[in-house]
Design a protein around this ligand. Structure first.
Ligand SMILES: NC(=O)c1ccc[n+]([C@@H]2O[C@H](COP(=O)([O-])OP(=O)(O)OC[C@H]3O[C@@H](n4cnc5c(N)ncnc54)[C@H](O)[C@@H]3O)[C@@H](O)[C@H]2O)c1
Length: 395
């Protein structure tokens, strides 16, 4: 089993898909790991550290890929960048497939078996493989660090001989994985923290972290399936907006993290709400990648409106790449372990396994994931099952 770890080539991605720790574990599974020189550079992992862990260092991507049966990646690679990999090689990483169907079709066309880690089911067995959680947790932390760096005042209350400094007020909108870590981080820095969510169950979690939970009377619970939120009705949205408008005007820092699966991020903070905040306030919009929770967010940019800074930085986990890579690499390792016959030290993918069927996007030249098959260009679609074809009268 040859595994290739390449330098990331898409979108200035600083993370890397393996660390010396995971390389050592992969060798223990019987794999040979070939790392392209410089792959860990932006995650503070030197080539020497990989080599010491037992990796074979490759001078180029082509050398690392030659005959590789498995490729670990952070971002979706371009099919052309994987030329030279073994036929049917497994490509495992965050594939971000929606809206990029042509790229997925190209990976299928190259004969690669592609797995999207972000589709990992949220079941107990797969918790250790949950890249959304491992990275969102760090994004929540980094959001507070970035806000604190931008906020030109201290966060904790300080009683000094020269006077008392009041604690900064931090409001976290969306108390999922990222939001809960943002709350915990802001609390550690001594801020007075409040939070809101549309899932009632989040209330207890917020309060257990020592923050105040805020929710409208009208909105009892908007929990959807799988622990996620559902979209609010118009009446619920209006009631939430009224509550937020009153609260946000008194906040110094707002961190927004609200997401709804398969939908653009809900807009929670309007221009008027931003304009109600005191000069020097800071907003970090963690939903920027999905359009943003704040009306004024410019994804990828930091803007100042009415003396309020709105941070729309993308890829916050990438700002703490060394830690993010450490956790991400562990997520990949855990998934890969389920694909190995440990006795015979050989690749043995169980194509029926729930973890595989949930994440597999392409195989044998076709796009196979049910959520993508309809969107795939015709040439890349898996052939329809005979029954389905005859029902359509195509047989
Ligand atoms: N393996 C597992 O079982 C597992 C793993 C990770 C997370 N979880 C759970 O899944 C849940 C969702 O976590 P997530 O971080 O992936 O969620 P997410 O990233 O989809 O959304 C972030 C948060 O935004 C909230 N939200 C959505 N619309 C909102 C609105 N209009 N106003 C305010 N908040 C809004 C959501 O309820 C959620 O808490 C959490 O309860 C988490 O504990 C379970």
């Amino acid at each position: 089993m040859k595994i290739a770890i390449l330098r990331e080539r898409v979108g200035d991605e600083p993370r890397v898909a393996a660390t010396p720790e995971t390389v050592a574990k992969l060798l223990g599974l019987g794999a040979e790991v070939s790392v392209e020189a410089g792959a860990g550079e932006h995650s503070r992992i030197s080539d020497a550290a990989y080599a010491e862990a037992g990796a074979t260092m490759a001078g180029s991507a082509a050398e690392a890929l030659k005959g590789a049966e498995v490729i670990f990646t952070v971002r979706r690679p371009r099919a052309a960048d994987l030329d030279g990999a073994g036929t049917g090689a497994l490509v495992i990483g965050m594939m971000d497939p929606f809206g990029h169907e042509d790229d997925i079709a190209a990976l299928a066309g190259a004969g690669l078996s592609t797995f999207a880690m972000e589709f990992m089911p949220r079941i107990t067995r797969a918790q250790v493989m949950d890249v959304l959680s491992s990275q969102a947790n760090l994004a929540g932390y980094q959001a507070v660090i970035d806000a604190a760096a931008q906020y030109e005042r201290a966060l904790p209350m300080m009683m000094t001989a020269a006077g008392t400094v009041r604690a900064a007020k931090v409001f976290v909108m969306g108390a999922g994985v990222a939001g809960l870590q943002a709350i915990a981080t802001a609390r550690r820095l001594g801020a007075a923290v409040s939070a809101t969510d549309v899932r009632a169950v989040a209330g207890e979690q917020v309060e257990s972290l020592g923050a105040k939970f805020i929710m409208t009377e009208a909105l009892k619970d908007a929990s959807g399936t799988g622990g996620y939120a559902r979209e609010l009705t118009d009446a619920e949205k209006a009631s939430q907006a009224e509550l937020v408008a009153g609260h946000i005007a008194k906040q110094d820092i707002v961190i927004t993290t609200a997401l709804i699966p398969g939908r653009p991020a809900p807009q929670l903070v309007t221009r008027a709400m931003v304009e109600s905040m005191a000069p020097g306030s800071v907003i970090v919009d963690l939903a920027a990648e999905r359009g943003g929770n704040v009306e004024l967010t410019a994804p990828g940019e930091v803007i100042v409106h009415n003396d309020v800074t709105i941070i729309g930085t993308l890829n916050l986990p990438g700002k703490i790449a060394a830690t993010a890579s450490q956790l991400y690499a562990k997520n990949l390792l855990a998934f890969f372990e389920t694909m190995v016959d440990k006795e015979n030290k050989a690749l043995a993918v169980n194509w029926e396994d729930q973890l595989v069927t949930a994440t597999l996007l392409t195989r044998d030249g076709a796009v196979v994931h049910p959520n993508l098959v309809d969107a795939a260009p015709a040439a890349a679609k898996a052939p329809a099952a005979p029954e389905a074809a005859s029902k359509d009268g195509d047989a």
